[in-house]
Design a protein around this ligand. Structure first.
Ligand code: ZN
Length: 344
């Protein structure tokens, strides 16, 4: 009974080994090619799974070892997107610029996108397996559109593709599918107007657990600078959580560690599962288990413990592997601490 409580998980990504891609770098190019790259990615996935298992994480991911960037993993396999037409745009309301490909025709999956990755990960762990994909609005915000000319229409088009993909991944034994929507903390009017509808469309008909990850971004300078402008209390979630409470999504992954998010906002999520960010990814300082436990205890004042999965604030790809390993252990030990209190 006690072991079933407070199942830990991570937002998604882990640092890549230096032989696969430059460490602590977003969008880092691969250091291998051809067959060696494919083999290297698989080896990195096995390492990522083992590191989570050894640390004591309950719901594991492939560490996103097979994708250069969390949005690219999906869109690189979609027809209608021209990667020879790269355009520099401001993304997340101009918080930073990125070179992105152009939508030139209706988007369509060329075929299964992540099936092989999921088959491989499923075969290499007996733990609960979570798989992450970018959410519709975040894809729309990380691409240049020269065809649909409507963010909502393009978002719904991607939602249909994500749903096709998610149904296949569920059939391959994924226990949880998570859509990453950092854009939900930026475009709150669009979340209301079409973002929730797109999210609902993406998870339609799934019977596995589902979640959406909404964060304040990786711990990179553009994001930490932005956070400085958000004031003493970050209340972006206050507008989106009531909408999510009425949505089809099963759970919400949010940032709570070393954050200005008032933790009471999780009370707005109705009966949703809470993937509680209890590890700060914007700092190299490794949390103590006691610090993790303190965040969990705070959350338990607002939602029942059965709905809480202690998690990282966001992906850990920009961190060093050593720091990431320490944070995984702190997360698992912090959750274990609270479990012991509750059962003792
Ligand atoms: Zn994130």
């Amino acid at each position: 009974m006690a072991a079933a409580m407070l199942k830990t998980t991570i937002a998604g990504s882990l640092p890549k080994p230096a032989w696969l891609a430059a460490p602590q770098t977003l969008w880092a190019p691969w250091r291998l090619e051809g067959g060696a790259l494919e083999e290297g990615k698989r080896d990195a996935v096995v390492l990522a799974l083992r590191e989570q298992e050894e640390a004591g994480i309950d719901i594991v991911t492939d560490g996103e070892q097979t994708r250069r960037h969390f949005v690219w993993g999906f869109v690189e396999q979609v027809d209608g997107i021209d990667f020879s037409k790269m355009v520099t745009i401001g993304i997340r309301a101009g918080r930073y610029t990125a070179d992105v490909p152009t939508v030139v025709a209706p988007v369509r999956r060329r075929g299964p996108i992540h099936s092989e990755e999921v088959r491989f990960a499923r075969a290499h762990t007996t733990r609960l397996l979570k798989f992450t994909m970018p959410g519709p609005m975040t894809i729309v915000d990380t691409i240049h559109d020269a065809h649909y000319r409507s963010r909502a229409d393009l978002g719904m088009a991607f939602a249909r593709l994500l749903n096709e993909e998610a149904r296949e991944l569920e059939a391959l034994g994924v226990d949880m599918i998570q859509l990453d929507e950092p854009a939900f903390n930026v475009y709150m009017d669009e979340v209301r107007d079409w973002g929730i509808a797109a999210l609902d469309r993406a998870v339609e008909g799934l019977s596995c657990r589902t979640a959406v990850h909404i964060c304040y971004g990786y711990g990179i300078k553009a994001n930490t600078d932005w956070k400085q402008t958000l004031g003493g209390e970050w209340r972006q979630y206050e507008r989106t959580f009531p909408l999510l409470a009425a949505s089809r999504i099963g759970g919400v992954s949010l940032e709570c560690a070393a954050s200005h998010v008032p933790i009471s906002l999780i009370g707005l999520l109705g009966d949703k599962d809470i993937l509680l960010g209890a590890i700060d990814v914007a700092s190299d300082r490794v949390e103590t288990p006691a610090q993790v436990a303190a965040v969990i205890r705070e959350a338990m004042k607002h939602v029942h413990r059965d709905r809480i999965s202690p998690c990282t604030n966001c992906g850990m790809v920009p961190l060093s592997r050593e720091v990431a390993r320490g944070k995984l252990r702190a997360l698992a030990e912090g959750a274990a601490l609270v479990r012991r209190e509750l059962s003792g």
